[in-house]
Design a protein around this ligand. Structure first.
Ligand code: UGA
Length: 433
């Protein structure tokens, strides 16, 4: 099939590349020539494991190409995916400016039946708005607007796309439905469930799923706080809960609070939708507030065990919002580090992928070569993300360079006995010291 993708951000690039991998002929379009030039030169504007290799493979197979020319891409595509950004507006609700601009730019060039598919996370009712825009701009066009939310995790997006838990498609249009069924046939033939709903339901599934996962994380984080007070082990509590198939074991890892471009933004957007509909979403409100507060208090957590921070050095290992990405959006480090600095601490930091982006966001931080370099003369070493390299750190070697052997592990990467044996005072999340 002939596919177009508008927007070569995270979602657009992964979607376009993976659709090419399914055998379709895909053109990805972006308004920014420097992005397209980079992609055409064999580069990739984002870090996502396996993506650059897959782009290379699909370009060689001539199934994937990049262009700034929307007018040339648009005619006679079976489906055109809108994968432009939907950043939070001033009141937390998603700003649809880029979506509207993309529809306006696209409308004049539509020819032949086209499914116009929203891949970006958009508030319920956006499909209706796009429908109305297209009816106004191109009453003659043969189009159907479809919702097809993405469920990709940064760091494992390609696997998530090619082996999805489910594919959700929202449309009442028969031809669009057939188009989407054919498009995803290589995945559904392999057993991926396809759920077809009306458009509004599909739009809401995305928010409801993300908000539920956010609730799950805030829930286990609060249980972990309770474990610390009661001398229980949050990891075992999560294990015991997760064995109940109704609960499930995944997404029950306590940590510094959720970040990233999705959970904080999508919970806020859902709360905005709830307010507009006069439906109080109390559970989601609590999860969002608990998370904000958790991240605000990270430095206090460090000070509670390290004592006075003024003039002392704190090493922070991991800066991105989670491992496997270079994405700094809503990362816990952006809350922790400025507050450590405000309290007078010097911060040395290391991240395997995030330091380039972090440099502009975290002034005054000494960015280091590796974890051992960051730990030099530190009064406390704080682990913020679960990079696999941190799990295999040589704690003896780390202990030899620090000033005070205090390890505050906010991702529970180590067995407490191992850390203690290596000479560290070890503090983790929701586990007995
Ligand atoms: C999330 C969802 O998992 C995807 O399904 C969804 O498609 C995506 O948002 C999106 O809406 O685009 P992502 O933000 O990439 O994906 O990352 P997650 O792996 O979900 O992690 C989000 C945050 O929760 C991270 O800060 C992570 O460290 C934290 N987390 C996750 C925990 O603290 N504990 C857990 O058990 C799991």
């Amino acid at each position: 099939m002939k596919i177009g993708v508008i927007g070569t951000g995270y979602v657009g690039l992964v979607t376009g590349t993976c659709l090419a991998e399914l055998g379709h002929e895909v053109i990805c379009v972006d308004a920014l020539p420097q992005k397209i030039d980079l992609l055409n030169d064999g580069g990739c504007p984002i870090y996502e494991p396996g993506l650059i290799e897959l782009i290379r493979k699909q370009r060689q197979a001539e199934r994937l190409s990049f262009s700034t020319d929307l007018a040339a891409m648009a005619p006679d595509r079976d489906a055109i995916f809108l994968a432009v950004g939907t950043p939070p507006g001033p009141d937390g609700e998603a700003d649809l400016g880029f979506v509207r601009a993309a529809v306006r730019d696209l409308a004049p060039h539509l020819a032949g039946f086209t499914a116009v598919v929203t891949k970006s996370t958009v508030p319920v009712g956006t499909g209706d708005q796009i429908d109305a825009m297209l009816a106004d701009l191109r009453p003659d066009a043969d189009v159907a607007v479809v919702s097809n939310p993405e469920f990709l995790r940064e760091g494992s997006a390609i696997g998530d796309f090619l082996k999805p838990d489910r594919i959700v498609v929202g449309t009442d249009d028969l031809r669009a439905r057939e188009t989407m069924q054919a498009l995803y046939a290589p995945l559904t033939d392999g057993g991926a469930p396809l759920l077809i709903t009306d458009r509004r339901t599909s739009e809401l599934i995305k928010y409801a799923a993300n908000a539920f996962l956010a609730v799950k994380i805030s829930y286990i984080n609060e249980i972990a706080d309770l474990c610390e007070e009661l001398g229980a082990d949050a990891a075992r509590v999560a294990e015991g809960m997760g064995l109940d198939a109704r609960i499930g074991a995944r997404f029950l890892e306590p940590g510094p609070g959720f970040g990233g471009s999705c959970f904080p933004k999508d919970t806020d957007a859902l709360l905005g939708t709830g307010r507009a509909a006069a439906v109080p979403l109390r559970v989601v409100t609590a999860a969002s507030e608990a998370n904000r507060e958790r991240k605000r208090l990270l430095a206090a957590r460090v000070a509670a065990v390290a004592g006075e921070l003024k003039g002392r050095t704190v090493a922070v290992l991991g800066l991105t919002f989670k491992a496997g990405t270079d994405d700094m959006r809503e990362a816990a480090s952006l809350e922790l580090i400025p507050e450590l600095q405000r309290r007078g601490a010097k911060v040395r930091a290391f991240d395997p992928k995030g330091m380039e982006a972090a440099r502009d966001l975290l002034p005054g931080v000494a960015f280091c070569r590796d974890a051992y370099d960051a730990a030099k003369s530190a009064s406390a070493v704080v682990i913020l993300t679960e990079w696999p390299n941190f799990r295999t750190l040589d704690l003896k070697r780390l202990g030899a360079v620090v000033e005070t052997p205090l390890l505050i592990d906010m991702r529970n990467l180590f067995h407490p006995e191992d850390a203690t044996r290596a000479g560290f005072d070890y503090v983790s999340i929701g586990r007995p010291a």
